[in-house]
Design a protein around this ligand. Structure first.
Ligand code: ASN
Ligand code: ZN
Ligand code: CA
Length: 332
């Protein structure tokens, strides 16, 4: 029997965090024995292979700076554990395939690589170190985003192009945000911004905004007949905006010190039902009604059914789902 040890790490984005590790002989491995044996590997700049499992002599990991190569591993391991716990506690889901098996994570991919990605074949999450190798893309919302690509692949299988591709991307943003709020981490409190910690643009602004996706200069706020021609990271805006409206409602709001102002296409007012219900409706739709070819119109229908299943056909939740889709111009 492997011993379960509670390590501690100093992350770059989430402060000091607990880590579950595995003790073998005199060393600790960065393998989470409590959550499907998720392991974190060091690619050391390589762009192929699995890398080298992180190990440590005293079970105290990283120092919060990117020059300590354990630091990105602390964020990645904490992100995977937090996402694992989010799916378990919010939806009763036991890992990506609901079979208790964890993916693995790789950090320090390439040189100055400003991206992170999910690989379905490898069943792995991979993180670059960002510009100047100073901003690893290992923040909580990004970890939740990439992990969620695995969940989408294992469930609806939304095809990664056209409208279904936008829904696939938005699903990852929606649950990434769910993970971040759920963590209640003082260093990285929840918000409806994606990638606000990793400074991917080098000017301090987030990668994406869910209250009004066009704040990034590229993403769509509302459905149009040509929406499927956009890159999936921009056509996702319609569903991100739907999710914000459903959770928080239209208009101005300040949450955890961040200001939002969410418009609707037709000027209608949407009253939010709260993030928890909005997350449950999206998850139920994803895992029950969405398929590889679901488009925006079908997403409206699927989420309406999910809301009816969860909260009753005549509830305020179903009405709010309809109002939020209408607000982003996805009509019945
Ligand atoms: N970070 C991106 C994503 O998860 C990577 C990609 O576009 N392949 O969508
Ligand atoms: Zn993505
Ligand atoms: Ca965020």
């Amino acid at each position: 029997r492997q011993a379960i040890d509670n390590g501690t790490g100093t992350s770059q984005y989430s402060g000091k965090v607990p880590l579950t590790t595995r003790k073998t002989g005199g060393t600790y491995q960065l393998t989470d024995t409590q959550r499907g044996s998720h392991s974190t590997y060091d690619l050391k700049g390589s762009t192929s292979g699995r890398g080298t499992l992180f190990t440590d002599a005293d079970d105290v990991w990283g120092d919060g700076t990117p020059s300590n190569r354990q630091t990105a591993a602390v964020d990645a391991a904490f992100g995977a554990a937090t996402t694992w716990d989010f799916y378990k506690s919010t939806f009763g889901r036991n890992g990506i395939k609901n079979d208790g098996k964890a993916p693995y994570s790789r950090v320090h991919y390439g040189n100055n690589y400003v991206n992170a990605f999910w690989d379905d074949q490898a069943f792995a999450i991979t993180y670059g170190d960002g510009q100047g190798n100073k901003k690893p893309l290992t923040s909580l919302d990004v970890a939740g985003h990439e992990f969620s690509h695995g969940v989408t692949s294992a469930t609806a299988g939304l095809k990664y192009s056209g409208e279904s591709g936008g829904l696939n991307e938005a699903t990852s943003d929606i649950f990434g945000t769910g993970v971040e709020f759920g963590a209640k981490n003082a260093a990285d409190p929840g918000d409806y911004l994606i990638g606000e910690e990793i400074d991917i643009r080098g000017d301090g602004t987030p990668l994406r905004y869910q209250d009004k996706p066009s704040r990034d200069g590229k993403s769509a706020d509302y459905w149009t007949p040509d929406i499927g021609k956009l890159d999936v990271h921009y056509s996702s805006g319609v569903a991100n905006h739907f999710f914000y409206l459903l959770a928080e409602g239209s208009g101005k709001k300040v949450i955890n010190g961040v200001s939002y102002d969410s418009p609707t296409k037709d000027g209608s007012t949407v009253t939010g039902i709260g993030r928890d219900k909005a997350l449950r409706i999206w998850y139920k739709a994803l895992t029950t009604y969405f398929t590889s070819t679901t488009d925006y119109r079908a997403a409206r229908q699927g989420t309406l059914k999910a809301a009816a299943d969860l909260y009753g056909a005549n509830g305020t939740e179903v009405k709010a789902v309809a109002a939020a889709w209408t607000g982003v111009d996805v009509k019945s």
